[in-house]
Design a binder for this molecule. Sequence first.
Ligand code: ATP
Length: 237
Amino acid sequence: MSSLPELKAAVQCQNLTLRTRKKTILDDVSFHIPQGSITGLLGPNGAGKSTLLRLITGLATPDSGSVKIFGDPAGVERLGQLSLLPDRSSLPGWLTVGRWLHFAEGIYPDWDNVKAEQLMGQLSVKRESRISTLSRGEEARLQLLTCLSRKAPLVILDEPFTGVDLISREEIASTVVGEMADGERTFLIATHDIREMELLFDRLILIGDGRIQGIEDVEQLRQSGHSVESRYREVFA
Ligand SMILES: Nc1ncnc2c1ncn2[C@@H]1O[C@H](COP(=O)(O)OP(=O)(O)OP(=O)(O)O)[C@@H](O)[C@H]1O
């Protein structure tokens, strides 16, 4: 009898450790992220979330341990498989939104123009605005548009809602991200906006002081009478 090939984890981190001279930023971090899941990476300021995402995307290397993306070692060779929204804006301020999107279409082979047009409406992004004149929330929307207009199978969002107002955060979480989470793509989202994202997550990785404090299946959490927020408070309060 032939068996189906086992799905490789979208992300597999094994014993990741990263130190500076003064402190240990990540300490023996291990977990895996199943394909098709939406995982929330949650933890207080300075916990190590952005650093961990940099290691996963291959933008930094650990002192020890390993990261695999769909079974292959992380690194610049994997950048085509993942779409990253970084924690700090890296958009060219001198371009208009329209020019930037044209440029993005040229640099990303997996760019989806139809999706980009659709997201412009959903995220209220105006083509003629110059990027340097955008408010923080408007720039966050453009970052999100850029990231979600690619077809990469792994989407990594580092604080996607910085500066975005409450009602828009809720709308964006439910319509934009919810709609794209089709069970095919894998999402890893570091955020402090737990309430707005609560219903989307199916897994949680809780990180504090550079160490994994918990890995949770959200369905099981709910069945045991917890919410994402109550679990977060339990672990970090
Ligand atoms: N290049 C670096 N050199 C020295 N320390 C660093 C460096 N990068 C990060 N750190 C430290 O590592 C810790 C984790 O930082 P990181 O940005 O990963 O946290 P975070 O969980 O993303 O925080 P936040 O929620 O505030 O964005 C912090 O104490 C930070 O000061």
